[in-house]
Design a protein around this ligand. Structure first.
Ligand code: FAD
Length: 467
């Protein structure tokens, strides 16, 4: 007899949803987590603080009202870190309460501390006071997440030279910032600080950023960021960072030197497998601390599952939750469907980006014909009302059967709007549905109809000529 039917390590989105799903199936469930990390990276240092910070930046700078009230419009002139931090602290506190309450309501035992394997069914938990205890479980779900990867050559001081976790502890809004790495996290923070008036330089080894996104939309984002005075250094890498009091100098491999109040590394993340003593369970991790799983999120040891960022791509809170739920159902012998292939991507830059399905580039590479329909917010009444003249929605349609192959959105509400397209695609709908649908007016959702009509008109012209 084990202490728990299901034991989960980590209380981030993957761990939470796994624990709750198993509890709903009447299993005895425990969650091991450090006392100050309830909710995981997602609530404490990642998704929630960064999205709340963005909201505070949008509100206090008045950025999205400037088309209406002029470029000098501000809600507050001198925005301080305490203005920004107040909202973040409030939301984090509330979210932690929600999670604690959900775990308690589902009779899930929270076991404070860090867990590591003693044997394949036994976990040793060390708490902050150095006390150790052992618990056993029939099934174990690892949802231990990741932490920012730190290059060894760089001396992080968590004040001037920081990683993405350090953003939340800044004691002032920097005048200048170097962001190393133009991945999602790097670009999201680059856009937030640029909106605050920080002079941001982004250094990226590759020759473009966000290469999994639609090129036209990334170009639109780059244009906007440049307009906010962001400089890009593509095909460049940071060879060293020198510290000079409260300022740093990023030395690029090409010899360029960029002085900044803050250098933020956003150069990937490292899986937290090193604390788990995986060898005691007969498991291994790769060099980046990631664990391999099968389609049911089972590791090589069948009663041990892994979900969330620790299994790698796509490493999103959204997907981690679903992985957790599916892993728990499989572990509890509940019938499960496979993870949906159609997963949206949301990038909370200013302005935001979201897409679902395929890009023009990847369809072209696969020699799959398509037609594109575009709607621009400035041609929608809602776009005019909210003062968003740059937003756009693009649908990619198969001329063969009218199926929607991809939806790409840039601008206000992109991360919400994308789900309309996702639903139509998921239900096998075609462009005809969007052409015929009546949307509330005036809305941004109407852009689906406009884009669908655009695609339909283009396809009609081609088929008339081909007839
Ligand atoms: C700045 C930033 C912004 C992001 N923005 C978004 C976004 O907008 N949308 C989105 O979908 N995703 C976003 N993400 C990604 C998202 O936060 C992660 O995908 C998600 O948090 C991963 O969930 P997880 O279940 O793997 O656990 P995590 O949230 O990574 O949490 C893992 C937990 O496990 C605990 N743990 C580790 N080792 C042990 C151990 N040995 N014993 C017990 N507990 C342990 C840790 O303390 C931690 O609390 C962002 C990430 C960052 C860093």
């Amino acid at each position: 007899m084990y202490d728990f039917d299901v034991l989960v390590l980590g209380s981030g989105p993957g761990g939470q949803k796994a624990a709750i799903a198993a509890a709903k199936l009447d299993r005895r469930v425990g969650v091991v987590e450090r006392r100050n990390m309830i909710g995981g990276v997602c609530i404490n240092t990642g998704t929630i603080p960064s999205k709340t910070l963005r909201e505070a930046v949008m509100y206090l700078t008045g950025l999205n009202q400037r088309e209406m009230y002029g470029q000098s419009y501000r809600v507050k002139e001198d925005i301080t870190v305490s203005d920004l931090g107040a909202r973040t602290t409030h939301v984090i506190g509330r979210e932690i309460e929600v999670i604690r309450s959900q775990l308690a309501r589902n009779r899930i035992r929270l076991l404070p501390g860090t867990g590591r394997f003693v044997d394949p069914h036994t976990i040793e938990i060390s708490d902050e006071q150095g006390r150790e205890s052992h618990v056993t479980a029939d099934k174990i779900i690892l949802a231990a997440g990741t932490r920012p990867a730190r290059p060894e050559s760089v001396e992080f001081d968590d004040v001037t030279i920081i990683d993405s976790d350090g953003i939340l502890n800044l004691d002032k809004v920097p005048h200048s910032m170097v962001v190393v790495g133009a991945g999602v996290i790097g670009i999201e923070y680059a856009s937030m600080f640029a909106a605050l008036g920080t002079k941001v330089t982004v250094v990226e080894r590759r020759d473009r950023m966000l290469d999994f996104c639609d090129l036209e939309i990334v170009e639109a984002l780059k244009y906007h960021l440049r307009d906010l005075s962001v400089s890009f250094r593509f095909r460049e890498s940071v060879a060293a960072v020198e510290k000079h009091g409260r300022t740093a100098v990023a030395v690029l491999a090409s010899g360029k030197r960029i002085a900044a109040d803050t250098v933020m590394y956003s150069a990937g993340r490292q899986g937290a497998a090193d604390l788990l003593s995986l060898d005691k369970a007969g498991l291994t991790a790769d060099a980046r601390g990631r664990i391999t799983v099968d389609e049911h999120f089972r590791t090589e040891v069948p009663h041990i599952y892994a979900v969330g960022d620790i299994i790698g791509f796509p490493a999103l809170a959204s997907t981690s939750m679903e992985q957790g739920r599916l892993a728990a159902h499989h572990a509890c012998d509940e019938p499960v469907r496979a993870m949906q292939q159609l997963q949206p991507i949301g990038i909370y830059t200013i302005p935001e980006i979201s897409f679902v399905g395929r890009t023009e580039d990847d369809l072209t590479d696969a020699s799959i014909p398509f037609e594109v329909g575009i709607s621009r917010y400035r041609e929608l009444a809602r776009g005019q009302i909210i003062g968003d003249s740059y937003g756009m929605l693009k649908i990619i349609v198969s001329p063969e059967d009218g199926k929607i192959l991809g939806v790409h959105v840039f601008g206000t509400g992109a991360t919400e709007l994308v789900h309309i397209g996702q639903t139509v695609m998921g239900c096998g709908g075609t462009v005809d549905y969007l052409v015929d649908a009546v949307f509330n007016y005036p809305t941004l959702a109407e852009s689906y109809k406009v884009a669908a009509l655009d695609a339909m008109n283009k396809m009609r012209s081609v088929s008339r000529l081909s007839a």
